[in-house]
Design a protein around this ligand. Structure first.
Ligand code: C2O
Ligand code: CU
Ligand code: CU
Length: 439
């Protein structure tokens, strides 16, 4: 596990030597010295102050994905920290308990910098959440999953081809918290797995190798109203899930893997199953955990309160193809690619709106992400035609598979200019991002 820090500290982005494969020394980028940035664990209401020192040879910044922060602290692509420069991110946490994460957001460089190692996890705690007595301490595992393409020496390499830009940059090596071939010893108890998909393009269909059901208790923005039992769960780049896995009936001496199972709906991926993380059940213990009947209050935003519906065609568009120069600019939102100086959508502060992402003509999955607010998923029409356990709580990223139209509803309560984009980072850097201004 990466080191844990609390409300204040330094994050220095630099090139470091770090082991990603056992016994090998590799070159990658890192905040501090670890294979992943430190995990920031804070209580709601805390003031967070983090000094970012950019020791890279190019511009960078930090976006707090899943934190509701003022626009000027959000790491918008125009808020850059030049090579050699510093910036102090300071904000007060004011939201429900959730798992968030952080990564760079300089346009056209986000994918490379994140892939090369710049990412970390954030956990926000609240008294309400603590009162639920969910598994904690050594029974709570924050896990950031990424796939990496490694060279012969084991260093990550980022050099996307045109095909990689089309489908996302995938790697043959799955890492958990920066570690390939990760394993963790467990006892016969219930564990809380808090998972971020920090991959550039890969979608995981999470399951357990013993086919046991598990409970989904939370998603991007916090806890669900009540636990949902599943045997598999799709998690696309940028999304988080909060799971309870019960090892209490697994015989000591057994290995159980967190796996990704095959899935359909995406032409370019989903074809092969693989292991993500090995749990070795090595100790018998009685399990004190009792599942709470209710976890939180999720009040549905009423569609009647929405004053406006915006509709966006997403993916490869004729306009994008026309405008494409070389490899760039094929992926669009509403026919447009990103222009930092242009405000694409204006939203009135405090309004509730419905946004629809239409991928009915597309053939690639697009995990759509909004900065500056959480939202609720209200419908998915076409394709999988349903909502999933992980979509029944506050979200900031939603997977829109080919053939699907997904509607979300949000109340825009933070003023300023934010981006929304596809969280397939190759698509994002290719231009699949727009600005919206709340005022
Ligand atoms: Cu994690 Cu703008 O995104
Ligand atoms: Cu974000
Ligand atoms: Cu996309």
């Amino acid at each position: 596990f990466p080191e844990t820090i609390t409300a204040s500290g330094q994050l220095t982005a630099s090139s470091v030597t770090e082991a990603i494969l056992p016994g090998k020394s590799v070159r990658m980028l890192s905040y501090r010295q670890g294979a992943l940035g430190p995990t920031i664990r804070v209580t709601n209401g805390s003031d967070v102050t983090l000094r970012f020192n950019n020791q890279l040879t190019e511009e960078s910044n930090i976006h707090w994905h899943g934190l509701l922060v003022p626009a000027e602290m959000d790491g918008h692509p125009t808020q850059l920290v030049q090579a050699g420069g510093s910036f102090t991110y300071a904000f007060r946490i004011n939201q429900a308990a959730n798992m968030a994460w952080y990564h760079p957001h300089p346009h056209e460089k986000t994918a490379k910098q994140a892939f090369m190692g710049l990412a970390g996890m954030i956990l926000i705690e609240t008294p309400d959440e603590r009162a639920l007595n969910l598994p904690s301490g050594t029974f709570e595992l924050p896990l950031l999953i990424q796939d990496k393409r490694l060279d012969g020496a084991g260093s990550p390499v980022y050099n996307p081809t045109m095909d990689d830009v089309m489908i996302g940059y995938m790697g043959e090596t799955v890492t958990v918290n920066g570690i390939a071939g990760a394993f963790h010893p467990v006892s016969t108890r219930t564990y809380r797995l808090r998972i971020v998909n920090g991959s550039n393009g890969r979608i995981y269909n999470l399951a357990l190798s013993n086919k046991a059901p598990f409970q989904v208790i939370g998603t991007d923005g916090g806890l669900l109203a009540a636990p949902e039992t599943v045997t598999a769960l799709l998690l696309s780049p940028g999304e988080r899930t909060d799971l309870l896995v019960d090892f209490s009936k697994v015989p000591v001496g057994t290995d159980v893997y967190l796996t990704s199972e095959t899935f359909t709906g995406a032409s370019s991926q989903g074809g092969q199953a693989f292991n993500i993380l090995k749990f070795s059940v090595n100790k018998a213990e009685s399990d004190p955990f009792r599942m709470p009947v209710s976890l939180s209050t999720v009040t549905p935003l009423s569609t009647a309160s929405a004053v406006k519906t915006r509709q966006f065609d997403i993916g490869i568009s004729a306009e994008g193809m026309d405008g494409m120069s070389g490899m760039k600019g094929m992926h669009t939102i509403g026919g447009k690619t990103y222009l930092a100086s242009r405000i694409d959508e204006s939203v009135k502060l405090g309004d509730t709106e419905i946004w629809e992402f239409d991928n009915s003509k597309g053939d690639e999955p697009h995990p759509m992400h909004l900065h500056g607010t959480f939202f609720q998923v209200i419908s998915r029409v076409g394709g999988r035609n349903t909502l999933y356990a992980n979509e029944k709580g506050p979200k900031d990223t939603v997977l829109v598979m080919p053939g699907e139209r997904v509607r979300i509803i949000a109340q825009f309560k933070t003023p300023g200019t934010f981006v929304f984009h596809c969280h397939n980072l190759e698509h994002e850097d290719d231009g699949m991002m727009l600005n919206f201004r709340v005022s």
